[in-house]
Design a protein around this ligand. Structure first.
Ligand SMILES: [Zn+2]
Ligand SMILES: [Zn+2]
Length: 633
């Protein structure tokens, strides 16, 4: 958890740097004239540093594009990018099950310690008889011959044991002395289940069994005692962990995570800089952060993904040494915090194509549904060239369709599309009502439209701008100048008014990016697609006498109801007498009833029957025609 805090702090620092840079940049008057407020940079909040807060990647301004143009700042865009920190490189260490090097007992532990993770050491943790390769520990005792030397014989060793290797988490082992004379051996186990210093284990003098605590290091210390004095001690650290999925065991645990990727088995491609996407989801439906995902190409770890929870891993395919194709093996391992893990591997074939040559076609779609204009143009087909970033494709589309583009950076570095313009194209713009409602609930700063001829960042709200998605669902965490299209890709260039929330992303900015984390819907491709998250419960609102009841589920995000069933009104009032006037002096009396549930009233006449009972026919008068209320006089 410390690491998370550090990451959050790093994120915050990066935010500060970016904001300062933005401020400087804007202070130079180089930004557009209508923006009254400093742009917020939502994607920092949704970068992998805070994976939990990060249900969907949202990027009004793709990562490296949010930074001001390099020439106006002292920082090149790369330096302000909230990229996953270098700790990534350490992931294998942090998350693998390596045994920490033993300390405090130098020279005493067995040779097994040298390679604690090797399968030979893990295969037989509880069954010392078969791997007793001289499990004894020599104790240097001066003046003794080998035959008489005091030795600890044990099959303990510092290593990792996985859950599947033990029954009931119980580790049987042996430990005893030979040539001990009067000396005795005591065994102590220390872990989170034992009080402070651990507890001495009771065995039969040779054999012991101990319950290991999961997901931690269990310390076994053997003490050689001479009377009450410890003359020697040795500690073994046994890390007890969930097994991780691998080639041989592609899933581990009852609920292995699911892994989605844009790779397919046997896929052939020609994109030298291929962006591979990975999303891993645990069985609760929660996205797994990149720190629990391991991606390797030909055995070498690929680090520093962008985006999230659909992470983008940049793969680079070197030219084949022989011929014009090369075969590669790409693996993904993902694990949750409950011992479940999954592994998947893909064979990928790269067909070399030279820089600048066409490697395929991509489709570009320009979408301004959030301002009521739908898709602005017919899908544009672009011939992708080797080593050419996606920014070229976008610029080509805009040019072809008659738009003028204003951008930061260059197509090759730090590219950020700020604004597109074409005479009159915003004349009929109109933000959909249901979206406008969300924006108001969200409390975004409203900035107004900048012109009838253009659409760009900070138009209407502080959270607006052009963003892009490959495939249309997840918004990329890297800038267009760092993204390389592949054959068959569709790039959606969309305008967001709300940090991507109106495009279906989920943003948890602690209020920095509005009050709402989600708009429960997306306004794309000319329409509105609701995206409530129903709680799946059956809430009941009972029917009353005059009102229908209902069974409904609730959106856990916005509280909207989804009615599952209607319960018809009962039609039966629960009347109670609230007032009564007895008949007297020739006048009828009455009783006023009121329904305790709905408040409906009815009046019943009590006819004056008089001394002679002369007016009996009036008694049947209905409630709808109450008699005159007698005046009190
Ligand atoms: Zn909702
Ligand atoms: Zn009623």
């Amino acid at each position: 958890m410390n690491k998370k805090n550090i990451l959050l702090r790093i994120t915050a620092m990066m935010m500060a740097v970016i904001l300062i840079c933005s401020f400087v940049w804007m202070g130079l008057g180089l930004t557009h004239e209508t923006s009254p407020s400093l742009p917020q940079l939502p994607q920092e909040e949704i970068q992998p540093e805070s994976p939990a807060a990060n249900m969907d990647s949202t990027v009004p301004n793709p990562t490296d594009e949010t930074t001001p143009p390099p020439e106006e700042t002292t920082e090149p865009p790369e330096e302000t990018q909230p990229e996953p920190p270098e700790e990534d490189d350490e992931l294998p260490v942090q998350t693998s099950e390596e045994t920490t090097p033993t300390t405090g007992d130098s020279g005493e532990t067995s040779e097994q310690d040298k390679d604690p993770d090797s399968p030979e050491n893990n295969t037989d943790p509880g069954n010392g008889e078969t791997d007793n390769n001289g499990g004894g520990t020599d104790i240097p005792t001066a003046g003794e011959t080998d035959e008489t030397k005091l030795q600890i014989i044990t099959d303990l060793s510092s290593r990792t044991i996985t859950f599947d290797q033990l029954e009931n988490d119980t580790l049987p082992f042996y430990a005893y002395l030979i040539n001990g004379g009067k000396k005795t051996l005591k065994v102590k186990l220390k872990n989170s289940a034992t009080p402070q210093n651990g507890q001495y284990l009771v065995g039969d003098g040779q054999n012991y069994s101990a319950t290991l605590q999961k997901k931690e290091i269990n310390y076994f210390t053997l003490y050689v005692k001479d009377g009450n004095t410890t003359v020697h001690e040795v500690t073994y650290r046994i890390r007890y962990m969930a097994q991780k999925a691998d080639e041989n065991n592609p899933t581990i645990g009852e609920h292995p995570p699911t892994i989605e990727t844009n790779l397919t088995e046997g896929m052939e491609h020609s994109t030298r800089n291929l962006t591979m996407t990975v999303r891993a989801t645990d069985y609760h439906g929660k996205s797994i952060p990149y720190s629990n995902i391991d991606v390797r190409m030909d055995g070498k770890q690929v680090t520093n993904p962008t985006g999230g929870p659909l992470y983008e891993y940049q793969l680079y395919f070197p030219n084949p040494e022989v011929g014009d194709e090369s075969h590669h093996y790409i693996t993904i391992t993902a694990w949750d915090t409950e011992g479940n893990s999954a592994y998947i591997g893909y064979n990928v074939i790269y067909h070399m194509i030279d820089t600048g040559d066409v490697i395929g076609t991509a489709t570009i779609i320009l979408d301004a549904t959030t301002v009521g204009l739908g898709r602005l143009e017919a899908p544009f087909t672009y011939k992708i060239k080797q080593d050419e970033p996606a920014s070229y494709a976008v610029l080509a589309m805009l040019k072809e369709c008659g738009y003028e583009a204003v951008y930061a950076g260059t197509p090759d570095t730090g590219f950020y599309l700020k604004r597109i313009s074409r005479g009159g194209f915003m004349d009929y713009a109109s933000i959909p009502d249901n979206l406008w409602q969300k924006i108001q609930q969200d409390g975004l700063n409203l900035t107004g439209q900048s012109s009838g001829d253009s659409l760009g960042e900070f138009d209407y709200t502080q959270g607006s701008g052009w963003v892009y998605s490959i495939g249309g669902t997840d918004y990329a965490g890297k800038g267009l100048s760092n993204y390389y299209l592949s054959n068959g890709d569709t790039l959606y260039l969309r305008f967001t008014l709300a940090y991507g929330k109106d495009l279906g992303s989920h943003v948890d900015g602690n209020g920095n990016f509005g009050h709402l984390t989600s708009y429960c819907g997306k306004w794309i491709d000319g329409g509105y697609i609701p995206m409530h998250r129903w709680d799946g419960q059956r809430h009941t609102e009972e029917a009353t006498c005059d009102k229908d009841g209902q069974v409904y589920e609730l959106c856990t995000v916005c509280g909207e109801k989804n009615v599952l069933e209607t319960i018809p009104a009962t039609g039966e009032h629960h009347f109670e007498i609230v007032e009564q006037l007895d008949p007297a002096d020739g006048n009828d009396g009455w009783i006023l009833y009121r329904c305790t549930q709905c408040g409906a009233e009815k009046k019943e006449v009590i006819p004056w029957k008089g001394e002679e009972e002369s007016e009996e026919s009036e008694g049947s008068e209905g409630e709808s025609n109450p008699p005159d209320v007698p005046e009190e006089s």
